[in-house]
Ligand binder design. Structure first.
Ligand code: F6R
Length: 607
């Protein structure tokens, strides 16, 4: 989604405004702009397309100022043009605004303002904001900000710069994240942590409906009622290097390679004395023993992690689990009550549909446990309990290490619930703990196969269609493998439960169609073999993924890739990593940038 930067201090504002935007590029955007206050004039520079276009323009300008705002726009209302890009100015040129989110009532506001003689120059919803600031300004900026915010409906994070005050920036947050960071006689503002990571680790997270006044020397935060509140800064533990490529060609490859470490950091601190230790949350063994129903709610890959979770929790703990897409769940009037546990999964902790589902379930009295990567994010803060994935910052748009860590938390939860309910005996428990602790090593084994996978990917440079098939947990993994391939390589790809194929989809299989057959589930291996034969008989090119059972398949398929033989419950982890690499290398073969897939954004804060 869009990115925001803001700066006030002693340095040239444009340096951070641009540098911060570069660090937010991964979020997806299609135009950009900055605005600084020079003397008494707001000077705005904007460009369509890549940030490098804006950098070209700004490098030709002196732009001498210590205060300014910046933005990368991901178009929603109006095409990605220079006119529609932010910052937007008021008609009198006294207010500049950058905005993330959507103003839902902008049509009414626009027509009210047009009736008063305001002339709009863009097609955006955002432009009403500077116009309203001008309209509401009666000599006090803060009063104008409050009056304007009171008229807006929807989700927004705003940063406002005005000619009336060269010592302050005004930041507002409602449903769209915004953070402030304090440096030495300077304040940074950004929509996401990586933007300010090299400058400061002390940040203030703005909460719902709060307004911050950013000055060189301090940050003042006001609550919804306009009362000043004291806010403790939050210390970021992420290292600057974690948000840089560190010699890798792409963030995605770096993040794939970081997975053994990310799994260790997520799993090992939660195993104590050979038991899963969730003392960090209030999910006591007694509570868990009495759970009758669990919902898992998420979007995209996080939803796929939820499907893996459902398989594991139901298989190990025999508790009924429903995994739902957040965008559907929030509108389907689900039957939930206070005895239900709702698990919300989100890397960013800001996904709009997921957050709305959380709020819905909370209103119904359910207990909310979230699995989140970004500390202090809205979903984390609004949940009863949070289990953080310790994946570190994930920059590539397509999730890899955060997804893998979500699965690890679910693996641990399944063991925890199964143990509390007495559904597994001690030797099964030991085998499961051994299995999960072995995953970093098994994933490292898969990573060593990068070259083999890269070579195989060359054969699929011109592939346009692919099917991922599997049964049981392999099917859950197929969903993620297929999404990974399609979102970055633009190969049309579908995931199918292998037994379902012949109920319609098999008609699409023809000579040379790529079928990735996931065949690691030993109990369902023979059934899978039959499904592979069915697609082979219709001319498919089959790549099989196996685990210690390769021999039986090698003669039946075109290519065979193996993952280490592992605890069957957890084989999905190594298998997914292999599919991430395959998607990554096919994308590189096709000449696309895996870090910045078209039309996609890292955190989806609009519906
Ligand atoms: C796919 C991907 C997305 C996200 C989805 C949810 O690679 O990254 O499908 O999984 O947008 O995002 P979070 O986890 O931030 O709620």
């Amino acid at each position: 989604m869009c990115g925001i930067t803001g700066y006030i201090g002693n340095k040239e504002a444009k340096e951070f405004l641009i540098e911060g935007l570069k660090r937010l590029e991964y979020r997806g955007y299609d135009s950009s702009g900055i605005c600084v206050l020079e003397e008494k004039t707001l000077k705005t520079l904007k460009a369509k397309g890549k940030l490098s276009n804006l950098i070209d323009i700004t490098s030709k300008e002196t732009l001498s100022s210590n205060i300014g705002i910046g933005h990368t726009r991901w178009a929603t209302h109006g095409a990605p043009t220079v006119e529609n890009s932010h910052p937007h100015l008021s008609a009198d040129g006294n207010f500049a605004v950058v905005h993330n989110g959507i103003i839902e009532n902008y049509r009414e506001l626009k027509s009210m303002l047009e009736d008063k003689g305001f002339k709009f120059v863009s097609q955006t919803d955002t432009e009403v904001i500077p116009f309203l600031l001008q309209y509401n300004y009666k000599g006090n900026i803060l009063d104008a900000v409050k009056a304007t915010v009171g008229m807006l409906k929807g989700a927004f994070a705003l940063v406002i710069l005005s000619t009336y005050d060269n010592g302050r920036l005004y930041a507002v947050r409602k449903d769209s994240p915004l953070i402030l960071g304090r440096g030495e006689k300077e304040t940074y503002i950004a929509s996401d942590i990586p933007a300010i990571l090299p400058y400061t680790k002390e940040i203030y997270l703005l909460e719902q409906d709060e307004i911050a006044i950013a000055e060189k020397e301090k940050v003042t935060v006001l609550n919804k009622e306009g009362k000043e509140i004291s806010k403790e800064p939050f210390s970021i533990t992420w290292d600057v290097k974690a948000a840089e490529k560190d010699g890798y060609e792409h963030f995605m490859l770096k993040e794939i390679m970081e997975q053994p470490n990310a799994i260790e950091k997520t799993v090992l601190p939660r195993i104590n004395n050979e038991k899963v230790d969730f003392s960090e949350i209030s999910l006591t063994e007694e509570y868990v023993r009495n759970i009758s129903r669990i919902f898992i709610v998420a979007c995209g890959s996080a939803y796929h992690a939820g499907i893996v979770g459902r398989n594991l929790i139901e298989a190990m703990a025999r508790v009924s689990v429903q995994t739902e897409l957040a965008s559907e769940f929030r509108y389907m009037n689900p039957i939930i009550n206070k005895d239900d546990l709702v698990i919300i999964i989100s890397q960013s902790g800001e996904t709009s549909d997921t957050l709305a589902s959380l709020r819905y379930a909370k209103e119904k009295g359910a207990k909310i446990l979230s699995i989140v990567n970004v500390k202090g994010s809205t979903i984390a803060r609004e949940s009863d309990d949070v289990l953080y994935t310790n994946a570190g910052p994930e920059i590539a748009v397509a999730t890899t290490k955060a997804y893998i860590c979500q699965v690890q938390v679910l693996n641990l939860l399944a063991i925890y619930i199964a143990t509390a309910k007495g559904m597994i005996n001690s030797s099964e428990h030991t085998a499961l703990l051994h299995g999960i602790k072995s995953l970093p090593r098994e994933v490292s084994e898969v990573l060593k196969k990068s070259d083999e996978i890269k070579q195989l990917a060359k054969k699929f440079k011109y592939t346009e269609n692919a099917f991922f098939i599997g049964r049981g947990l392999d099917y859950a993994v197929a969903l993620e493998g297929s999404l990974k391939l399609k979102e970055i390589s633009y190969v049309h790809s579908e995931a199918y439960a292998a037994g379902e194929l012949k109920h319609g989809t098999i008609s699409l299989i023809e000579e040379g169609t790529l079928v990735i057959a996931l065949a690691t589930c030993k109990t369902l291996f023979d059934k899978m073999l039959s499904n592979i034969k069915e697609v082979k008989a219709r001319g498919a090119t089959v790549v099989a993924i196996v685990s210690g059972n390769g021999e039986a398949l090698e003669k039946e398929v075109d290519f065979c890739l193996s993952i280490p033989e592992t605890c069957e419950m957890f084989s999905g982890t190594a298998e997914t990593v292999l599919l991430q690499l395959l998607a990554y290398y096919i994308t590189c073969e096709k000449g696309y940038d895996p870090d910045k897939p078209r039309n996609l954004a890292k955190s989806v804060t609009v519906e």
